[in-house]
Structures are given as structure tokens and as C-alpha cells.
Design a protein around this ligand. Structure first.
Ligand code: GLU
Length: 442
């Protein structure tokens, strides 16, 4: 059986890091198994769903290279939901209810007062057809609940959490359809998962209790129950689900210079027993991807860690991947010389200016100034090739006895205007002979 996974965001806002993590893991599950990864836009909530968010979801997945093999939209699937719902009506697995929110609240309180679990008491099941007719005549419209089967415990082996067991008698029959005919999330999701051939549902552990009810919905619709896995939620570095984490969108990360490879490398392994490493190669990440490595404790997302992974990724990005992001004229040799000094690709422009100049003239004391001037004379007599830095410093060392910092720092200062930076052996050939002679002359 081909593995089919899906990512099912509601387009009521921008995707944040936690959503992206779920999308990534579903993509990885499918890719690793040679299966299919589907995008499902859960837009049954017409009021809160917005087209701009649908576009942003697609753009974010695209940016991360998590390209779906197919896409469905719940708003276009109403006919299917009606059909399947009619089957549940016919088999008596959904029933009409009329309680208001206040009435339900009161019932809950009464039950709690009696030491009973605060679940719906199924009072509406006792209504006769005449009762329903009277309600309809009075203009009352029913909402619908799914009738849980209390006959046996609900069980599944969760891909992350292991063996799960729920007593349906301790759960309220879930409302699946509102009085205005609109759908709540639970049932359309099951109908879609069946219709889309989803074999693995991987989502956040906030859905565990939904899963218990949904397992019975799959069964009531005569379908095989997919494999379920619920991953621990992400928390901010400070330990709780922070506002910032919940709102940290991809556009913002992009602006901060985070590369998609970095986010993927971090999220692929965060909360697993595998080490987080700046691995840009997706095949390598897929190789080690395994739900068995996922921990049950909340995974801590630390932005500083993301930036560290990002730097590690940038240090190895090939020229072809970044050339369109670099300043005019900056070639492969320059990229390779400069990238070890970057936390973000955007900083390359700054270092490129050090190559092209002009650079601020360095303040050097008399001895160092004389040494640098002498370096210019020596350089003028050296063959200009890839080994020029080594030849220059070798000659100066022999001549002056300087070594280490005393040898290198004045040269770096005069040639770049800075105390630190890329390897001079790689930088000097980029600066070029005439420019280097001019900078050493002061
Ligand atoms: N639209 C639901 C959500 O965003 C989907 C949950 C699921 O994966 O089934 O929470």
C-alpha cells in the first residue's frame, strides 16, 4: 500500500513554525516511503478563511521545497460531505440535538456537582419524531452529534505515543454539524482522509482526543482507520508556548536571513533523539528520519539555535544556490572565500565591498606602517597567483622575523580595513594586484 500523508492547515492565518514542522514531517514520511504528500486546505470556516492565507500557505511550502503531490479544498467538497453524512443519518450514527450553549453549560455543572464526568447526557436521543416535528414547526433547527459506540474502548497504536486507549463513555458525542448546516472540523476531515486515501495521519498532540472520536467515524463510514501519530508540541525556549513562536511566520524568518535549508534541518530533528545539525542535504535528513526517534516531551524551539544552524548551512551553500542573491560581479571564488564568515547570505555584500573597495585606511603605528609599506614593495616583486599570500607572508617573515599576529594583523588591517574576516589567502587574489599595492602604499 502506498503511503499517503497530508498537511491540513486552516487558512485563517499565516503558518507558524509549529505548523511548518507538521508539514515537514508529513512530507518526510511520504518521501521516505516513496509515497504521496497532499495539501488539504481546511476552509470550512468561510468567515475566518481568507484567500491571501491560502496563497501564503502555498508560497511557504514552496519556499521550503515541500511541494505537495496534490491539493484539495474542503470548501469545494460539500457534496461529498452531504453524501457521507446521509449514510450516517441512515445508520443512526448521527442524531439531532437542540441544546443551547447555556443549557449545555448548566448540564455540565450539574454533572460535575454530582461527581459525574462532564459529558453530554444524550438527552436528545430520547426525542421522538413528533418532538422533532414540533421543534421544526417552532422554527428550531437541530445541530448534529456523532453517536459514539460505548461498546468497547477506542484503541490505537500511536506512531509517537505508543499504545493509546480511551473509554468512549467518558467522551461527549462530538457535534459534527451546526444548526446552520455548516461543518465542524472533525467529520469532513475523516471523510476527506478516506476519500484522499490517506494512510498516515501525523499531527500535533492537541488532536489526540479528536482522534479517539475520529477512529469511530472511520469505522462508522466502513473505512480502514489510518495509522495515527501525534507529535509533542513545540514550545518557546523559555518553556511555554510563547506568543512569538505562535506568530513567527516564514516571511519574517526569510527577512531575518533564515534559509529554508536551515529551518528544515532544525525542524526535521527538533524533539527527536537525533542531533540537530546543519544538514542541507535532504536525502541525508530523510535517511535518518524515523518516528521512533520522536520524543514525547514538548520540543523547545530556540531562535538562537535556528540562527546557528543557519550559519552552519550558509558556510557550505554552493555558489549555484546563492549566485542570484549576491552582488553584481561576485563570483564563485569570492563566495567560497567569504561564506565561512557569514551568518546570513545577505552579509556577503558587505564583505564584497571589502574586496572591491574602497576600504577605510587603517590606523597603524610607525613601526607597523613601515612594515606595511615594505610589504607593498615585496609584493610588487612576487608572482601574482593563487599562492601570493603565502609567498608574501613567507618572504616578510624571513626578512623581518615577525610572526603570528605581528605579521598578519597589520597586513589584514591595511588590506581590508578590518581586524577580522575571511582567510587572507583566498581574499588577496580577489582584491587584485593593483588594488592590493595601492592599499599597502596607504
Ligand atoms: N485543520 C486542522 C488543524 O489545522 C487539521 C488537523 C488535522 O491534521 O487533522 O488543526
Amino acid at each position: 500500500m502506498t503511503t499517503v500523508t497530508r498537511f491540513a492547515p486552516s487558512p485563517t492565518g499565516l503558518l507558524h513554525v509549529g505548523n511548518i514542522r507538521t508539514a515537514l514531517h508529513n512530507w518526510m514520511l511520504a518521501r521516505k516511503a516513496g509515497g504521496r504528500f497532499l495539501l488539504r486546505i481546511d476552509d470550512t470556516d468561510a468567515e475566518r478563511s481568507r484567500e491571501e492565507f491560502v496563497a501564503a500557505i502555498r508560497a511557504d511550502l514552496d519556499w521550503l521545497g515541500l511541494v505537495p503531490d496534490g491539493e484539495e479544498r474542503q470548501s469545494a467538497r460539500g457534496a461529498l460531505y452531504e453524501r457521507e453524512f446521509a449514510r450516517l443519518v441512515a445508520s443512526g450514527r448521527v442524531y439531532r440535538c437542540y441544546e443551547t450553549a447555556q443549557e449545555l453549560d448548566l448540564k455540565r455543572k450539574v454533572r460535575l456537582g454530582r461527581g459525574l464526568p462532564p459529558v453530554y447526557d444524550r438527552a436528545a436521543l430520547a426525542l421522538s419524531e413528533a418532538d422533532h416535528a414540533a421543534k421544526a414547526a417552532a422554527g428550531e433547527k437541530p445541530h448534529w452529534r456523532f453517536l459514539l459506540d460505548h461498546g468497547q474502548p477506542i484503541e490505537w497504536v500511536d506512531g509517537v505515543r505508543g499504545s493509546q486507549k480511551f473509554d468512549p463513555a467518558l467522551m461527549s458525542d462530538p457535534v459534527v454539524r451546526r444548526a446552520d448546516g455548516s461543518w465542524l472540523y472533525m467529520l469532513p476531515s475523516v471523510i476527506d482522509d478516506i476519500d484522499m486515501g490517506v494512510t498516515q495521519v501525523l499531527r500535533g498532540e492537541d488532536h489526540v482526543s479528536n482522534t479517539a472520536a475520529q477512529v469511530q467515524m472511520f469505522e462508522a463510514l466502513g473505512a480502514e482507520v489510518p495509522a495515527f501519530a501525534h507529535e509533542a508540541l513545540l514550545t518557546g525556549a523559555e518553556g511555554k508556548l510563547s506568543k512569538r513562536l505562535g506568530s513567527l511566520g516564514m516571511a519574517q524568518l526569510r527577512e531575518e536571513g533564515i534559509e529554508p535549508e536551515a529551518l528544515v534541518a532544525l525542524l526535521a530533528r527538533l524533539g527527536t533523539s537525533l542531533p540537530v545539525e546543519p544538514v542541507a542535504d535532504r536525502a541525508a535528513l530523510l535517511e535518518t528520519f524515523d518516528l521512533a526517534t520522536f520524543g514525547r516531551a514538548p520540543a523547545r524551539f530556540d531562535e538562537a539555535e535556528l540562527h546557528r544552524v543557519n550559519a552552519g548551512i550558509v558556510h557550505h551553500l554552493p555558489f549555484a544556490r546563492v549566485s542570484h542573491l549576491l552582488p553584481e560581479g561576485m563570483g564563485e571564488a569570492a563566495w567560497e572565500a567569504i561564506r565561512p564568515n557569514l551568518a546570513h547570505i545577505g552579509e556577503a555584500a558587505d564583505w564584497w565591498l571589502v574586496v572591491t573597495g574602497p576600504v577605510p585606511s587603517a590606523w597603524l603605528d610607525g613601526e607597523d606602517a613601515a612594515f606595511v609599506r615594505r610589504a607593498g614593495e615585496v609584493l610588487a616583486g612576487i608572482v601574482w597567483d593563487g599562492g601570493v599570500w603565502k609567498a608574501l607572508t613567507g618572504a616578510l617573515k624571513d626578512e623581518t622575523g615577525r610572526k603570528g599576529k605581528a605579521l598578519f594583523l597589520p597586513l589584514r588591517l591595511a588590506l581590508t580595513g578590518r581586524e577580522h574576516g575571511p582567510d587572507m589567502a583566498a581574499l588577496l587574489p580577489l582584491i587584485g594586484r593593483d588594488e592590493a599595492l595601492a592599499r599597502l602604499a596607504g
